[in-house]
Design a protein. Structure first.
Length: 295
């Protein structure tokens, strides 16, 4: 099988050719500009490769309801040239192949659930912390949607004592993304995260907010595995701090061996690294190609 994958991000579009086994055969990166500039380049790449299906993991929010008149659209994105743009329909007209479509973070969660750290898990979540914060949720190996799709990067958190930062999210001052994304770190401390590696106070605060969010996800979603990635999580000193704080916030309420005794195997980085999203997109294409429901 020759399946196309697109990881559509706000700054770059990662295009790849792969197969049903998750093997990546070819990859290119194209800058994200306005649709009239970017889309012809993407279409040209996939047309030349003569793919049998295409999977798209895209920045959002998105309309994933196939019964909707705006299915396949990027909806209320702050990236204004892409707002209300029907990316699925554009590819369908140009390529005439089955197309799988989901959020970028759901695609990454699917990649890990299929070939990575969360393989064979009943419920798994993938959290990316970078320019924004996104949370992908897979149940029995398929991405979860529900009413729209998870936007758990915007759960409201209790502000830490002494934190007077207004928050970076234009919608919610005290949401996870507003308090703990890369731009929130920069807005609060005046430097980018990688420039603050030796500031213990930065990472004490950051790990506290991340651990608060993860504790909420554990209590509501009961995941078998939690994967953390994104630019902020390249500060690997965060992992042990987050694990310790999650245990503290849970306060012994839940009894599970993996949480209580092996939390380093429960909250961990993706085994697929930066390939999780594009491999998940390939998997979405595989689902579409085999006429399975695109969850």
């Amino acid at each position: 099988m020759k399946i196309g994958g697109l990881e559509a991000g706000g700054t770059k579009m990662v295009c790849a050719i792969g197969n049903e086994n998750g093997e990546l055969l070819k990859r290119v990166t194209i800058p994200t500009e306005q649709p009239s500039v970017t889309m012809p380049k993407l279409i040209d790449f996939f047309q030349k490769e003569e793919i049998e299906a295409l999977g798209i993991g895209c920045f959002g929010p998105l309309d994933l309801n196939k019964a909707s008149n705006t299915y396949g659209c990027i909806t209320s994105t702050p990236k204004l040239p892409w707002r209300n743009y029907n990316i699925v329909n554009t590819f369908k007209k140009a390529l005439n192949v089955p197309i799988g479509f989901d959020t970028d973070v759901n695609a990454a969660a699917l990649g890990e659930a299929t070939w990575g750290t969360a393989k064979n898990c009943e419920v798994s979540i993938y959290i990316t912390i970078g320019t924004g914060i996104g949370v992908g949720l897979c149940i029995q190996g398929k991405p979860h949607h529900g009413l729209i799709h998870p936007e758990a990067g915007h759960i409201l958190l209790g502000r830490l004592e002494g934190d007077n930062y207004n928050g970076n999210c234009p919608y919610h001052s005290d949401c996870f993304e507003g308090l703990a994304s890369g731009p929130a770190i920069e807005g609060r401390f005046g430097k980018k995260a990688y420039e603050l590696a030796d500031r213990s106070d930065v990472w004490e605060m950051e790990s506290s907010y991340i651990a608060k969010a993860i504790t909420n996800y554990i209590l509501t979603l009961s995941p078998n595995k939690i994967t953390l990635w994104g630019g902020v999580m390249h500060q690997t000193q965060l992992f042990p701090m987050i694990r310790e704080k999650v245990l503290s916030y849970l306060s012994g309420y839940l009894h599970s061996d993996i949480i209580e005794n092996h939390i380093d195997h429960y909250i961990l980085p993706p085994s697929l690294g930066d390939d999780a999203g594009i491999k998940g997109a390939i998997r979405l294409g595989y689902f579409a190609m085999n006429q399975k429901p695109n969850p």
